[in-house]
Ligand binder design. Structure first.
Ligand SMILES: Cc1cc2nc3c(=O)[nH]c(=O)nc-3n(C[C@H](O)[C@H](O)[C@H](O)COP(=O)(O)OP(=O)(O)OC[C@H]3O[C@@H](n4cnc5c(N)ncnc54)[C@H](O)[C@@H]3O)c2cc1C
Length: 320
Protein backbone atom coordinates (compact mmCIF):
# COMPACT_ATOMS: atom_id res chain seq x y z
CA UNK A 1 0.00 0.00 0.00
CA UNK A 2 1.32 3.44 -0.88
CA UNK A 3 -0.04 6.61 0.74
CA UNK A 4 0.73 10.29 0.53
CA UNK A 5 0.88 10.45 4.29
CA UNK A 6 0.95 7.91 7.09
CA UNK A 7 0.27 8.86 10.70
CA UNK A 8 1.77 6.55 13.30
CA UNK A 9 -0.13 6.81 16.57
CA UNK A 10 -3.70 7.55 17.60
CA UNK A 11 -3.69 9.97 20.55
CA UNK A 12 -4.92 13.58 20.31
CA UNK A 13 -1.91 14.50 18.12
CA UNK A 14 -2.43 11.71 15.58
CA UNK A 15 -6.18 12.22 15.31
CA UNK A 16 -5.95 15.98 14.96
CA UNK A 17 -3.42 15.51 12.17
CA UNK A 18 -5.76 12.94 10.58
CA UNK A 19 -8.71 15.33 10.78
CA UNK A 20 -6.87 18.16 9.04
CA UNK A 21 -5.27 15.92 6.41
CA UNK A 22 -8.48 14.09 5.57
CA UNK A 23 -10.41 17.36 5.26
CA UNK A 24 -7.64 18.48 2.90
CA UNK A 25 -8.41 15.34 0.80
CA UNK A 26 -4.95 13.87 1.31
CA UNK A 27 -6.45 10.48 2.24
CA UNK A 28 -4.26 9.91 5.31
CA UNK A 29 -3.64 6.42 6.61
CA UNK A 30 -3.42 6.10 10.38
CA UNK A 31 -1.83 3.14 12.12
CA UNK A 32 -3.62 3.42 15.43
CA UNK A 33 -1.61 0.61 17.01
CA UNK A 34 -2.68 -2.60 18.67
CA UNK A 35 -1.67 -2.09 22.31
CA UNK A 36 1.40 -0.29 21.01
CA UNK A 37 3.70 0.97 23.74
CA UNK A 38 1.29 -0.48 26.30
CA UNK A 39 -1.68 1.72 25.33
CA UNK A 40 -4.98 0.96 23.67
CA UNK A 41 -5.70 2.81 20.46
CA UNK A 42 -6.61 6.35 21.50
CA UNK A 43 -3.53 6.72 23.65
CA UNK A 44 -2.88 7.87 27.18
CA UNK A 45 -6.29 9.45 27.73
CA UNK A 46 -7.89 6.02 27.47
CA UNK A 47 -6.25 5.23 30.81
CA UNK A 48 -7.94 8.05 32.69
CA UNK A 49 -11.46 8.63 33.94
CA UNK A 50 -12.52 12.29 33.77
CA UNK A 51 -10.89 14.83 31.49
CA UNK A 52 -11.89 18.25 32.80
CA UNK A 53 -9.46 20.55 31.03
CA UNK A 54 -10.15 19.88 27.35
CA UNK A 55 -12.03 22.91 26.01
CA UNK A 56 -15.50 22.27 24.64
CA UNK A 57 -16.58 19.86 27.35
CA UNK A 58 -17.80 22.06 30.21
CA UNK A 59 -19.07 19.10 32.21
CA UNK A 60 -15.89 17.07 31.65
CA UNK A 61 -15.74 13.88 29.61
CA UNK A 62 -14.39 10.38 30.13
CA UNK A 63 -10.96 9.75 28.59
CA UNK A 64 -12.20 6.81 26.51
CA UNK A 65 -15.20 8.79 25.32
CA UNK A 66 -13.27 11.84 24.11
CA UNK A 67 -10.84 9.61 22.19
CA UNK A 68 -13.77 7.79 20.56
CA UNK A 69 -15.05 11.20 19.45
CA UNK A 70 -11.60 12.08 18.04
CA UNK A 71 -11.69 8.76 16.13
CA UNK A 72 -15.19 9.33 14.75
CA UNK A 73 -14.15 12.76 13.50
CA UNK A 74 -11.07 11.34 11.74
CA UNK A 75 -13.24 8.66 10.11
CA UNK A 76 -15.92 11.14 9.08
CA UNK A 77 -13.58 12.82 6.61
CA UNK A 78 -12.16 9.60 5.24
CA UNK A 79 -9.08 8.71 7.29
CA UNK A 80 -8.15 5.09 6.71
CA UNK A 81 -7.58 3.80 10.27
CA UNK A 82 -5.68 0.53 10.53
CA UNK A 83 -5.61 -1.23 13.91
CA UNK A 84 -2.03 -2.41 13.65
CA UNK A 85 1.28 -1.37 15.13
CA UNK A 86 4.19 -0.21 13.01
CA UNK A 87 7.21 -2.17 14.20
CA UNK A 88 9.87 -0.97 11.79
CA UNK A 89 10.48 1.98 9.48
CA UNK A 90 13.11 2.86 6.93
CA UNK A 91 13.47 6.62 6.67
CA UNK A 92 16.69 6.56 4.63
CA UNK A 93 15.00 7.26 1.30
CA UNK A 94 11.63 8.32 -0.08
CA UNK A 95 9.13 6.83 -0.35
CA UNK A 96 9.57 5.84 3.28
CA UNK A 97 8.99 2.20 4.17
CA UNK A 98 6.87 0.91 7.06
CA UNK A 99 6.42 -2.62 8.34
CA UNK A 100 3.46 -3.84 10.39
CA UNK A 101 4.04 -5.84 13.58
CA UNK A 102 4.01 -9.57 12.88
CA UNK A 103 4.29 -8.96 9.13
CA UNK A 104 7.92 -7.91 8.96
CA UNK A 105 8.73 -10.56 6.36
CA UNK A 106 6.14 -9.13 3.95
CA UNK A 107 6.60 -6.20 1.58
CA UNK A 108 6.49 -2.91 3.47
CA UNK A 109 3.87 -0.20 3.06
CA UNK A 110 5.26 3.02 1.62
CA UNK A 111 4.52 6.70 2.17
CA UNK A 112 5.63 10.04 0.76
CA UNK A 113 5.47 11.56 4.23
CA UNK A 114 5.08 10.40 7.81
CA UNK A 115 3.75 12.01 10.96
CA UNK A 116 5.15 10.44 14.11
CA UNK A 117 2.58 10.76 16.89
CA UNK A 118 3.48 7.74 18.98
CA UNK A 119 3.22 9.55 22.33
CA UNK A 120 4.97 8.79 25.58
CA UNK A 121 4.42 6.95 28.83
CA UNK A 122 4.96 8.13 32.38
CA UNK A 123 7.53 6.07 34.18
CA UNK A 124 6.04 4.04 37.01
CA UNK A 125 7.51 2.27 40.00
CA UNK A 126 5.39 -0.90 39.77
CA UNK A 127 4.90 -1.02 43.53
CA UNK A 128 2.63 -3.51 45.25
CA UNK A 129 -0.84 -1.96 45.26
CA UNK A 130 0.00 0.40 42.37
CA UNK A 131 -2.22 -1.35 39.86
CA UNK A 132 -5.16 -1.39 42.31
CA UNK A 133 -4.97 2.34 43.07
CA UNK A 134 -3.81 3.69 39.69
CA UNK A 135 -6.17 6.62 39.02
CA UNK A 136 -7.79 5.91 42.40
CA UNK A 137 -5.25 8.01 44.23
CA UNK A 138 -2.15 7.40 42.13
CA UNK A 139 -1.44 9.61 39.14
CA UNK A 140 1.44 10.72 37.00
CA UNK A 141 0.05 14.16 36.19
CA UNK A 142 -0.77 16.77 38.83
CA UNK A 143 -1.97 19.28 36.25
CA UNK A 144 -4.41 16.69 34.87
CA UNK A 145 -5.67 15.18 38.10
CA UNK A 146 -4.79 17.52 40.99
CA UNK A 147 -8.13 19.29 41.01
CA UNK A 148 -10.34 16.20 41.29
CA UNK A 149 -12.39 15.92 44.51
CA UNK A 150 -10.53 12.91 45.96
CA UNK A 151 -7.46 15.11 46.48
CA UNK A 152 -9.18 18.23 47.83
CA UNK A 153 -7.87 19.21 51.29
CA UNK A 154 -6.19 15.84 51.65
CA UNK A 155 -2.54 15.03 52.39
CA UNK A 156 -0.72 14.18 49.16
CA UNK A 157 2.69 12.87 48.18
CA UNK A 158 4.93 13.45 45.17
CA UNK A 159 7.80 11.12 44.26
CA UNK A 160 10.84 12.64 42.57
CA UNK A 161 13.54 15.21 43.10
CA UNK A 162 13.75 17.08 39.81
CA UNK A 163 12.10 20.20 38.43
CA UNK A 164 8.94 18.28 37.47
CA UNK A 165 8.55 16.96 41.00
CA UNK A 166 8.98 20.46 42.42
CA UNK A 167 6.51 21.88 39.92
CA UNK A 168 3.94 19.14 40.57
CA UNK A 169 4.27 19.54 44.35
CA UNK A 170 3.86 23.31 44.22
CA UNK A 171 0.87 22.94 41.93
CA UNK A 172 -0.71 20.46 44.35
CA UNK A 173 -0.42 22.86 47.30
CA UNK A 174 -3.42 24.65 45.75
CA UNK A 175 -5.60 21.61 46.37
CA UNK A 176 -4.13 19.32 49.03
CA UNK A 177 -3.95 20.03 52.77
CA UNK A 178 -0.23 19.23 52.74
CA UNK A 179 2.23 17.87 50.20
CA UNK A 180 5.05 15.48 51.07
CA UNK A 181 7.85 15.18 48.54
CA UNK A 182 9.70 11.88 48.65
CA UNK A 183 13.29 12.29 47.51
CA UNK A 184 15.47 9.21 47.18
CA UNK A 185 18.71 11.07 47.98
CA UNK A 186 19.62 13.84 50.40
CA UNK A 187 19.39 16.57 47.80
CA UNK A 188 17.13 17.77 45.00
CA UNK A 189 18.03 17.62 41.33
CA UNK A 190 15.68 20.54 40.70
CA UNK A 191 17.06 23.92 39.65
CA UNK A 192 18.05 26.29 42.45
CA UNK A 193 15.06 28.52 41.95
CA UNK A 194 12.55 25.64 41.96
CA UNK A 195 14.24 24.04 44.98
CA UNK A 196 14.06 27.31 46.87
CA UNK A 197 10.38 27.76 46.08
CA UNK A 198 9.66 24.20 47.16
CA UNK A 199 11.61 24.27 50.40
CA UNK A 200 10.16 27.61 51.46
CA UNK A 201 6.54 26.58 50.96
CA UNK A 202 4.88 25.98 54.32
CA UNK A 203 2.51 23.40 52.80
CA UNK A 204 5.43 21.24 51.63
CA UNK A 205 7.56 18.79 53.60
CA UNK A 206 10.47 17.14 51.83
CA UNK A 207 11.21 13.65 53.10
CA UNK A 208 14.88 13.07 52.27
CA UNK A 209 16.31 9.60 51.56
CA UNK A 210 12.80 8.25 51.25
CA UNK A 211 11.15 6.03 48.65
CA UNK A 212 7.65 4.56 48.53
CA UNK A 213 7.57 0.77 48.63
CA UNK A 214 3.87 -0.07 48.79
CA UNK A 215 0.51 1.59 48.13
CA UNK A 216 -2.33 0.82 50.51
CA UNK A 217 -6.00 1.67 50.65
CA UNK A 218 -9.50 0.43 51.35
CA UNK A 219 -9.81 -1.37 48.05
CA UNK A 220 -11.49 1.67 46.45
CA UNK A 221 -9.13 4.56 47.14
CA UNK A 222 -5.53 4.98 48.22
CA UNK A 223 -5.11 6.09 51.83
CA UNK A 224 -1.46 5.49 52.70
CA UNK A 225 1.96 4.56 51.38
CA UNK A 226 4.62 2.48 53.01
CA UNK A 227 8.01 4.17 52.80
CA UNK A 228 11.61 3.07 53.20
CA UNK A 229 14.54 5.18 54.28
CA UNK A 230 17.26 4.58 51.68
CA UNK A 231 20.03 5.14 54.26
CA UNK A 232 18.71 3.25 57.30
CA UNK A 233 16.22 0.89 55.60
CA UNK A 234 13.73 1.99 58.23
CA UNK A 235 10.13 1.34 57.16
CA UNK A 236 7.43 3.92 57.80
CA UNK A 237 3.86 4.63 56.77
CA UNK A 238 2.56 7.94 55.47
CA UNK A 239 -1.17 8.66 55.47
CA UNK A 240 -1.82 10.26 52.08
CA UNK A 241 -4.76 10.15 49.69
CA UNK A 242 -2.75 10.97 46.62
CA UNK A 243 0.55 9.77 45.23
CA UNK A 244 1.91 11.58 42.19
CA UNK A 245 4.81 10.14 40.20
CA UNK A 246 7.22 12.73 38.85
CA UNK A 247 10.04 10.43 37.89
CA UNK A 248 10.06 11.15 34.19
CA UNK A 249 8.43 10.04 30.96
CA UNK A 250 9.61 7.71 28.23
CA UNK A 251 8.80 8.90 24.69
CA UNK A 252 7.83 6.12 22.26
CA UNK A 253 10.77 6.57 19.90
CA UNK A 254 12.31 3.08 19.79
CA UNK A 255 10.86 2.83 16.28
CA UNK A 256 12.88 5.73 14.89
CA UNK A 257 15.96 5.58 17.11
CA UNK A 258 19.15 5.81 15.08
CA UNK A 259 17.27 7.21 12.06
CA UNK A 260 16.04 10.54 13.31
CA UNK A 261 17.54 13.14 15.66
CA UNK A 262 16.49 12.53 19.26
CA UNK A 263 17.50 14.53 22.32
CA UNK A 264 19.33 13.09 25.34
CA UNK A 265 16.02 11.89 26.83
CA UNK A 266 14.90 10.20 23.62
CA UNK A 267 12.38 12.84 22.46
CA UNK A 268 12.17 13.64 18.74
CA UNK A 269 13.86 16.97 18.04
CA UNK A 270 11.81 19.30 15.88
CA UNK A 271 12.89 22.61 14.39
CA UNK A 272 11.87 25.41 16.79
CA UNK A 273 8.17 26.32 16.61
CA UNK A 274 7.49 23.66 13.97
CA UNK A 275 6.95 19.90 13.67
CA UNK A 276 9.73 19.42 11.08
CA UNK A 277 12.25 16.74 12.05
CA UNK A 278 15.74 16.53 10.56
CA UNK A 279 14.38 14.24 7.83
CA UNK A 280 12.52 15.98 5.03
CA UNK A 281 8.97 14.63 4.85
CA UNK A 282 8.92 13.32 8.42
CA UNK A 283 7.05 15.34 11.03
CA UNK A 284 6.54 14.76 14.76
CA UNK A 285 3.66 15.85 16.97
CA UNK A 286 2.44 15.42 20.52
CA UNK A 287 4.13 14.00 23.60
CA UNK A 288 6.75 12.21 21.49
CA UNK A 289 8.38 15.60 20.93
CA UNK A 290 7.18 17.53 23.97
CA UNK A 291 8.66 17.08 27.40
CA UNK A 292 7.31 20.33 28.74
CA UNK A 293 3.54 20.59 28.46
CA UNK A 294 2.35 16.99 27.89
CA UNK A 295 -1.34 17.83 27.64
CA UNK A 296 -4.06 16.61 25.31
CA UNK A 297 -4.72 20.12 24.03
CA UNK A 298 -1.04 20.85 23.31
CA UNK A 299 -0.73 17.48 21.58
CA UNK A 300 -3.79 18.21 19.48
CA UNK A 301 -2.31 21.63 18.67
CA UNK A 302 0.93 20.16 17.43
CA UNK A 303 -1.01 17.51 15.47
CA UNK A 304 -2.71 20.38 13.64
CA UNK A 305 0.67 22.03 12.98
CA UNK A 306 2.10 18.76 11.65
CA UNK A 307 -0.83 18.33 9.25
CA UNK A 308 -0.56 21.88 7.91
CA UNK A 309 3.21 21.63 7.53
CA UNK A 310 2.94 18.21 5.91
CA UNK A 311 0.26 19.40 3.52
CA UNK A 312 2.39 22.36 2.46
CA UNK A 313 5.46 20.15 2.06
CA UNK A 314 3.55 17.62 -0.08
CA UNK A 315 2.18 20.32 -2.34
CA UNK A 316 5.60 21.91 -2.79
CA UNK A 317 7.14 18.53 -3.60
CA UNK A 318 4.51 16.91 -5.76
CA UNK A 319 2.22 19.61 -7.18
CA UNK A 320 4.73 21.39 -9.43
C1 LIG B 1 -3.56 8.87 33.41
C2 LIG B 1 -3.41 10.10 32.54
C3 LIG B 1 -4.31 11.14 32.66
C4 LIG B 1 -4.19 12.26 31.86
N1 LIG B 1 -5.10 13.25 32.00
C5 LIG B 1 -5.04 14.34 31.20
C6 LIG B 1 -6.01 15.37 31.29
O1 LIG B 1 -6.93 15.31 32.13
N2 LIG B 1 -5.89 16.43 30.46
C7 LIG B 1 -4.88 16.53 29.54
O2 LIG B 1 -4.84 17.49 28.78
N3 LIG B 1 -3.95 15.57 29.44
C8 LIG B 1 -4.00 14.48 30.23
N4 LIG B 1 -3.04 13.51 30.14
C9 LIG B 1 -1.95 13.69 29.18
C10 LIG B 1 -2.44 13.33 27.76
O3 LIG B 1 -3.07 12.08 27.80
C11 LIG B 1 -1.28 13.33 26.78
O4 LIG B 1 -0.62 14.58 26.81
C12 LIG B 1 -1.77 13.07 25.36
O5 LIG B 1 -2.57 11.92 25.30
C13 LIG B 1 -0.62 12.93 24.39
O6 LIG B 1 -1.15 12.70 23.14
P1 LIG B 1 -0.32 12.09 21.94
O7 LIG B 1 -1.22 12.14 20.76
O8 LIG B 1 0.99 12.73 21.84
O9 LIG B 1 -0.01 10.58 22.30
P2 LIG B 1 -0.65 9.36 23.21
O10 LIG B 1 -1.89 9.82 23.86
O11 LIG B 1 0.49 8.94 24.01
O12 LIG B 1 -1.02 8.33 22.09
C14 LIG B 1 -0.09 7.70 21.29
C15 LIG B 1 -0.76 6.49 20.66
O13 LIG B 1 0.09 5.99 19.65
C16 LIG B 1 0.12 4.57 19.72
N5 LIG B 1 1.39 4.09 19.21
C17 LIG B 1 2.62 4.17 19.80
N6 LIG B 1 3.55 3.58 19.04
C18 LIG B 1 2.89 3.11 17.94
C19 LIG B 1 3.31 2.38 16.78
N7 LIG B 1 4.59 2.01 16.62
N8 LIG B 1 2.39 2.03 15.85
C20 LIG B 1 1.10 2.41 16.01
N9 LIG B 1 0.64 3.10 17.09
C21 LIG B 1 1.54 3.44 18.02
C22 LIG B 1 -0.03 4.27 21.21
O14 LIG B 1 -0.53 2.96 21.41
C23 LIG B 1 -1.03 5.33 21.62
O15 LIG B 1 -2.33 4.85 21.44
C24 LIG B 1 -3.13 12.36 30.92
C25 LIG B 1 -2.23 11.31 30.78
C26 LIG B 1 -2.35 10.19 31.58
C27 LIG B 1 -1.37 9.05 31.43
Amino acid sequence: MHSKVVIIGSGPAGHTAALYLSRATLEPVMFEGFLANGFAAGGQLTTTTEVENYPGFPEGIKGVEIMEKFRQQSLRFGTNIITETISKVDLSARPFKLWREGKEAKDPDTADSIIIATGAAAKRLNLPGEETYWQLGISACAVCDGAVPIFRNKPLAVVGGGDSAAEEALFLTKYGSHVFVLVRRDKLRASKVMAKRLLSNSKVTVLWNTVPVECKGNGKLLNSIVTRNTKTDEIGELAVNGLFYAIGHAPATELVKGQIDLDEDGYVITKPDTTYTNIEGVFAAGDVKDKKYRQAITSAGSGCMAALECERWLSEKFDE
